[in-house]
Design a protein around this ligand. Structure first.
Ligand code: HEM
Length: 199
């Protein structure tokens, strides 16, 4: 029962938030959104049910990666210590909860250039080398997200279809705020204005 519930929760809420944040970021940068729409249309021209579709979207993948950096749908995850340890100068006692915060790591000034800037180029060739645990949208270690590859393929497929068909624009004057409790959601939803793209 617990495993089934985890799959339902971890499998939809996370990807839904990733899609919302990605479309929000693209709505703020129309030229980049146009480029993503062009990549999506070229990729979809091979066939809408092409199983290799995600592989044909390298720039959209970089946009998704950058979106997961700025707005990791799982902003925090916890571990409970089974034994005494010492971490960052702190004593850890058995039973202590240790929280790992991708949201903070992903925006740490010591780890990233201009950490608050949306710049998908950092995930394309030539980006600054990264420590293997400085970017953790899907966690790490033995309990890394089992759905990571599926989620990436799913998100890219959905984004490709939507971006090919629609233009997404912000609702002017509406403030976008984050709500980070279990997942990182837009507080009060994240309405965007859709208009059809010319064929
Ligand atoms: C963008 C989408 C997703 C993100 C950001 C995400 C993130 C994460 C993270 C950070 C963890 C590790 C939690 C921890 O270490 O305590 C995790 C675990 C997990 N995720 Fe995902 N996830 C996503 C999509 C999915 C999907 C689509 C599925 C299933 C179809 C899924 C199923 C799971 C399961 C079952 C676990 C627990 C694994 C274990 O404890 O062994 N996730 N996810």
């Amino acid at each position: 029962m617990d495993n089934a519930a985890t799959f339902y929760l971890a499998g939809h809420e996370t990807t839904a938030n990733a899609l919302s944040w990605t479309l929000f970021l693209l709505s703020e940068q129309q030229a980049l959104q146009d480029a993503m729409a062009a990549e999506a249309r070229a990729a979809l021209s091979v066939g809408a049910d092409d199983p290799d579709l995600p592989e044909r979207l390298p720039r959209l993948k970089a946009v998704l990666d950058e979106s997961l950096r700025l707005y990791p749908p799982a902003p925090r995850f916890d571990r409970q210590a089974v034994a005494a340890d010492r971490l960052g100068g702190q004593d850890i006692l058995p039973g202590d909860i240790v929280s790992v915060w991708p949201w903070l790591l992903h925006r740490h000034k010591a780890l990233w250039d201009d950490p608050d800037v949306f710049d998908p180029e950092r995930f394309l060739d030539g980006g600054r080398p990264r420590h293997r645990f400085q970017y953790l949208p899907f966690g790490g270690g033995p309990r890394v997200c089992v759905g990571a590859r599926f989620a990436t393929a799913e998100a890219l497929t959905i984004l490709a279809h939507w971006l090919a068909a629609w233009r997404f624009a912000p609702v002017r004057g509406r403030e976008v705020r984050v709500h980070g409790l279990v997942t990182l959601r837009p507080a009060g939803g994240l309405p965007l204005v859709l208009s059809p793209r010319a064929a």
